[in-house]
Design a protein. Structure first.
Length: 306
């Protein structure tokens, strides 16, 4: 299931989140000189349209795009109520097989979500209207996949039918969360003005003990005082950023993250984004490189209506 969500999310233009620097924060509209925190300042009825383009380089290169139409449906002290509909899909069907049903659904239906004005996170997503199309899509996809592998499709069908929509609702919610992730993850970021650099370490990963044992002497004890070889799985993120705010309140930042880790070889992330004075993105570009593999997401404003 997780592979399916990632598969569709990449197609629709989502990306991974970034850790944020811990610096003094201000609103993007505050006209400050030391640091800036990206916050929305939306008004009821505001709308924006973006074209999201995804480029992947893996075993082959591929590009897909989709238009996002967003509207502010409600505003209160705690939330922005948002509505999003997707259309104008351009993708390689040979790279994303059997996705016509979802594409048609997103082209005629939309979904509602709520952005918390305090945490600047998406609190909830109404995905009830996606459950049945998702269920039909999974049944079709599983039948075709398992027929090629000569597997008993009845087992998968029974599992989907007996789900009573609970798991499918969570799956639909995860899928929609990934679709808006590139947009939503911008809010709450804080950047120092001008150039900045900081290092973050991952303290959650534990060090794993690795012992090289001779097969002929498996019971032989290590000499006294000799430590076992340690495999360090800790990671270090090196951030380099530049941020600037103009007199009219428009804001721009760019950031590069490089990883130093035994398990992450040649991993980099580049992020650039610009915003208007009300916190709406004008353009977002995000690229992650993992060795010979790269995924790039580009959101470009194509229409606004305040």
């Amino acid at each position: 299931m997780k592979r399916f969500i990632l598969y569709v999310a990449i197609m629709f233009g989502s990306f991974i989140a970034q850790a944020q620097p811990a610096v003094e924060s201000h609103d993007v509209t505050a006209g400050i000189t030391d640091s800036v925190r990206i916050v929305p300042n939306f008004s009821l009825g505001d709308s924006r349209s973006y074209r999201a383009t995804v480029k992947t380089v893996m075993a082959r290169s591929d590009s897909s795009s989709v238009d996002y139409h967003m509207k502010v449906e409600s505003v209160d002290s705690d939330h922005y109520g948002m509505f999003l509909i997707l259309d104008n899909f351009v993708y390689d069907q040979s790279y994303y097989p059997d996705s016509e049903q979802l594409v048609e659904f997103f082209g005629t239906e939309g979904f509602h979500f709520y952005l918390n004005r305090h945490s600047l996170k998406v609190d909830s997503i109404d995905c009830s209207n996606l459950v049945m199309p998702l269920k039909e899509y999974l049944i079709k996809l599983s039948a075709e996949f398992e027929s090629h592998l000569d597997l008993p499709f009845e087992d998968t069908l029974s599992q989907i039918e007996n789900d009573r929509n609970n798991g499918l609702y969570r799956m639909a919610s995860d899928l929609l969360s990934e679709i808006i992730k590139t947009w939503a993850d911008q809010y709450g970021r804080t950047y120092a003005m001008g150039c900045s650099r900081w290092i973050e370490t991952d303290e959650d990963l534990e060090t794993i003990e690795v012992e090289d044992i001779d097969a002929a002497n498996e019971d032989e004890e290590l000499p006294e005082g000799e430590d076992e070889e340690m495999l360090d799985l800790s990671s270090k993120e090196i951030h380099q950023a530049f941020a600037h705010i103009n007199e009219d309140g428009t804001f721009f930042f760019k950031e590069k993250i490089s990883w130093e880790s035994f398990v992450l070889d040649n991993w980099f992330e580049h992020q650039e984004a610009s915003f208007d004075a009300n916190g709406w993105p004008i353009e977002i570009t995000s690229t992650i490189t993992m060795g010979d593999t790269s995924i790039s997401i580009h959101w470009q404003l194509i229409e606004e209506n305040d």
